[in-house]
Design a protein around this ligand. Structure first.
Ligand SMILES: [Zn+2]
Length: 242
């Protein structure tokens, strides 16, 4: 499963601002965390439309939305996930898909909404009106990324940057971390992604010349025993997983 993460704005385009906080910076930080969480799922491949210093298209020079769309369409991705913050004196979370988007995209949008709203409930934050919105504002350039991308595309408006309470949360790394986790969990539900199982470190029994020496999971310890044994010119070193 391949996802293109699109941190909104960037470069000279700060996006909305609130109390000195820039939407472009929040979007990038959130995007990086979202990318990390995808790493916890099997088979998830992540790319970004921009990095730290560019306004668009990763890799490449800043060029705006067209370049992001062209880049996304060149990747054969399954999902385009655009991350933004809202502004204009409201509160809460909402998401957008293109007008007339297929049921599959709606399903992804709903899964993300359910997961994110579940997380935000703990902070006393709900949806901004109807949480699942179709883009009927085709004139707005931001929605071009939904309209012109070939894959399922969802745009998230993650709280209001000009709302004092939400602004404070958007500066809080722990909050963003939980938000990123919730976003990815929603995507994982929609795509049936499985979490990677953390393998316990294998334990080894190291025997030197048939004499049991040590059981350990530490590579350093094994390496030391091997090196010391060779120095002592032993005949046989056996390392066996137990
Ligand atoms: Zn934006």
């Amino acid at each position: 499963m391949k996802v293109v993460i699109d941190p909104g704005h960037g470069g000279s385009d700060t996006g909305a601002t609130g109390f000195g906080l820039r939407e472009a910076d929040v979007a990038l930080k959130l995007a990086e965390l979202v990318g990390e969480y995808f790493g916890k799922y099997e088979g998830a491949v992540v790319t970004f439309t921009r990095n730290r210093n560019t306004s668009s298209s990763y890799p490449g020079p800043p060029e705006g939305l067209r370049k992001r769309i062209a880049y996304a369409n060149s990747t054969n991705a399954d999902l385009f996930l655009s991350l933004h913050c809202n502004a204009g004196g409201g509160s809460g979370f909402e998401s957008y898909i293109a007008k007339g988007a297929p049921a599959r995209t709606q399903k992804i949008q709903n899964a993300i909404n359910d997961s994110v709203l579940g997380y935000l409930k703990g902070y006393g934050i709900g949806p901004h009106g109807n949480v699942a919105k179709n883009d009927t504002q085709g004139a707005y350039s931001r929605i071009a990324v939904l309209r012109d991308t070939k894959m399922s595309a969802v745009l998230l408006e993650n709280l209001f940057i000009d709302n004092p309470k939400e602004n404070k949360l958007l500066r809080d790394r722990r909050f963003l971390d939980g938000l990123a986790k919730a976003i990815v969990k929603g995507v994982a539900v929609a795509f049936g992604l499985k979490e990677k199982v953390a393998k316990p470190k294998p334990m080894y029994r190291v025997t030197v010349d048939g004499k049991e020496i040590v059981d350990t999971a530490y590579e350093d310890k094994i390496a030391t025993i091997v090196v010391e044994s060779i120095r002592k010119s032993v005949k046989e070193i056996n390392i066996k997983e137990i």
